[in-house]
Design a protein around this ligand. Sequence first.
Ligand code: ZN
Ligand code: ZN
Length: 274
Amino acid sequence: MSKLEKTPKIRNNFHTHVQRCRHAQGSEEDYIEEALLKGLSQLGFSDHGPYPGDPFGRRMPYGELGDYLETLDRLKEKYRGRLTIWKGLEVEYLPQYRDYYEELFTKWKLDYLLLGAHFYVDSEGNTANIYEVSTSTQEYLAYAKTLAEGMRTGLFRAVAHPDLYMLNHFAWDENCKRAADLILDTAVATDTILEYNANGFRWEKQSYPEGIRHPYPYDGFWKMAAGAPVRVMVGSDCHGPGFLWDEAVERSYRNLESLGIEPVRELFTEGKTQ
Ligand SMILES: [Zn+2]
Ligand SMILES: [Zn+2]
């Protein structure tokens, strides 16, 4: 697509948290009011998805899932004609929960799932946390394999922050590139959107082997993405209504433009249908 052909500046966001995860602020309706103020056309809610029995922290309790979805159904009706609202969740891809993910569509009638992997299946087959990789970048291959396996299930419309592994304090090396290759190739093969995550710009800059930078998005990853026929979308990943469409989001669009990537702005009308 020519860089001169400007797409109309449609404002949509499909990566939105609410207070239910206990580390974001604001109710569903607070974000809707903010979306109307900022001129958004579509708003997708993707709070941190609950798991039966609540085995993981920092996410919605399982007991609130029904209320979350009923609230969104009610608000969809209330704001019909003013804002298109979608019901989603951001979840891990852990293979033992495959049936549960299916159930989120069949029983709970979710519109979409975002694959936001903070956990992955490590090289020894255990559940590990990407924030805690301290030995070597070798583990990134296992992280990428978990993402790839998740994408191949067809359960996920988009992968949130696919370059999250670059938050660790290692230099960009062959393992980082091989992980990026596997994620990009699988996204293309499965027609899964990769998200350029604005929330990384809201984190403090930190000292890395190549200098001071935000933990993600990571340029090296997105330069590789620019050379692949992959669909990319900006996600706000806002944890407070004031962040829904802020400087971090604007900066994300500018960065993609300078990388020569034209982001998609629709999660539902282009490409695959669920
Ligand atoms: Zn969060
Ligand atoms: Zn998120």
